[in-house]
Design a binder for this molecule. Sequence first.
Ligand code: HSE
Length: 297
Amino acid sequence: EEIKVFCPATIANVSCGFDVLGLALDSVGDEMTVRKTNEKGISITKIIGQDLPLETTKNVSGVAGLAFLEKSDYQGGFLIEINKKIKPGSGIGSSAASSAGAVWAMNELLGKPFSNLELVQFAMQGEKLASDVAHADNVAPAIYGGFTLVRSYAPLDIVPIPTPSELFATVIHPQIEIKTSDSRKILKTNITLEKGIQQWGNVGGLIAGLFKTDYELIGRSLQDHIVEPIRSILIPGFDAIKTNAIEAGALGCGISGSGPSIFALSKGRDIAERVAESMKATYSSIGLPFDIHVSKV
Ligand code: HSE
């Protein structure tokens, strides 16, 4: 018995929601094939596309899978094959796609013994291996689809948020690698009350905009006064990409997860494509190689 699954790339933080907001991309991601086997445990049999460890305890899908097996009555094991299209360290949830994809597929093969919330908990173990912190803002949208809010970590409380039908993402990935663990180390652990007020106003505004399908409110709320000013220093051309994306019609633009990818959200595919052209022109003019995607959210 086997299943082949699409493991979506995800944009975490979505500007104002550090560690709590995330969204899944409809058409960017990995493929994974998971098979049942009588042999106990998890074996990663093949990884195409990227040079990543096959050893179960060093691979995020292996670690997430082991967390799943530990809570399961199932006596057998699973074989995992990954066609890895998302580059590690790109900021669009590479580790989350593998962690979430593995446990989601395993749950399907066993007739869904676990809830989505439990699957997120298992997948978070993969994130812990990848970034030292079991953050859920990539794995939650990878499992639930669409937009999600991590309302609380302890206890874990995930709230799926509706996605307006015309919302498209443009994501540009400059060909540099930034490790999430490194880009977390540079953050300050304290914020001022003033910054807190701005940030929770925007988180509330973004959630309200998504529920009301109010694209202008979504746009006004895509701001980050806490993390972006620090992390953007690591991303070449960030300010120019952002200014030009907004000028091209994007609702908002920011760092995808821990970077270096930069995302913009737009109303409609045409504007998202126009934003892609502006991003391409910006990076071409500074001579930086990149990948770029436009996807429905
Ligand atoms: N919220 C995490 C961070 C996401 O920004 O560090 C990492 O993809």
